[in-house]
Design a protein around this ligand. Structure first.
Ligand code: RTP
Ligand code: MG
Length: 149
C-alpha cells in the first residue's frame, strides 16, 4: 500500500469545496485512512513546508496555510497512488493546470491553489506522521474485501 497526505487549503474550505474535492478522490476508488478539520500552527506549517524555507514565497505560503481551518486527509491505495493523486491535483499554478484537474477546474491563483498533495511515497509517509498520530488512522482497510482498489 502507498499513501499520500492531502490538505484542502483554507481557500478550499472557505469556498465550500471540501465535498467536491473529496468526492473526486472517493469516486476514483481511493480510500481515506484519516480525516480531520484543523487549524495549522505556524510551527507545523514550517515543518511541513520545510523544503521551501528560504524561497521568496515561503512566508506567504506559511501565512496562507495558517490563515484559516484546513481539512487534512491521508489517502491510501496500491503502488502509484501518490502519482495518481498528483495527476488529479494538477499543476502548481492553477492558471496552467489542465481542465479536469482539481486546480484546473477550481482555481486561478498560484497563491490560492486549493490543495496540497504529497509529491512522493516518502513524502507521504513523512507528512502523514507530521499531521496524524497512529491512533487517528484506520488500520484495517483490507484488500480482500476491497479487491477493486
Ligand atoms: P503542494 O506542495 O502545496 O502540494 O504544491 P506543489 O507540490 O504543487 O508545489 P510546491 O513547489 O511544493 O510549492 C508549495 C506551495 O507553495 C506555493 N507556491 N507559491 N508564488 C509562487 O511562485 C509559489 N510557488 C509555490 C503554492 O501554494 C504551492 O502549492
Ligand atoms: Mg509540494
Amino acid at each position: 500500500m502507498e499513501r499520500a497526505l492531502i490538505i484542502l487549503k483554507p481557500d478550499a474550505v472557505q469556498r465550500g469545496l471540501v465535498g467536491p474535492i473529496l468526492s473526486r478522490i472517493e469516486q476514483r476508488g481511493l480510500k481515506l485512512q484519516g480525516l480531520k478539520l484543523m487549524q495549522v500552527t505556524e510551527a507545523l506549517a514550517r515543518i511541513h513546508y520545510g523544503e521551501h524555507e528560504g524561497k521568496p514565497f515561503f512566508q506567504g505560503l506559511v501565512e496562507y496555510i495558517t490563515s484559516a481551518p484546513v481539512v487534512v486527509a491521508v489517502v491510501v491505495g496500491k503502488a502509484g497512488t501518490v502519482e495518481m493523486i498528483r495527476t488529479m491535483v494538477g499543476a502548481t499554478n492553477p492558471a496552467k493546470a489542465a481542465p479536469g484537474t482539481i486546480r484546473g477546474d477550481f482555481g486561478v491563483e498560484i497563491g490560492r491553489n486549493l490543495i496540497h498533495a504529497s509529491d512522493s511515497p516518502e513524502s507521504g509517509e513523512r507528512e502523514t506522521s507530521i499531521f496524524f498520530d497512529d491512533a487517528e488512522l484506520i488500520q484495517q482497510w483490507d484488500r480482500a474485501t476491497d479487491a477493486w482498489i
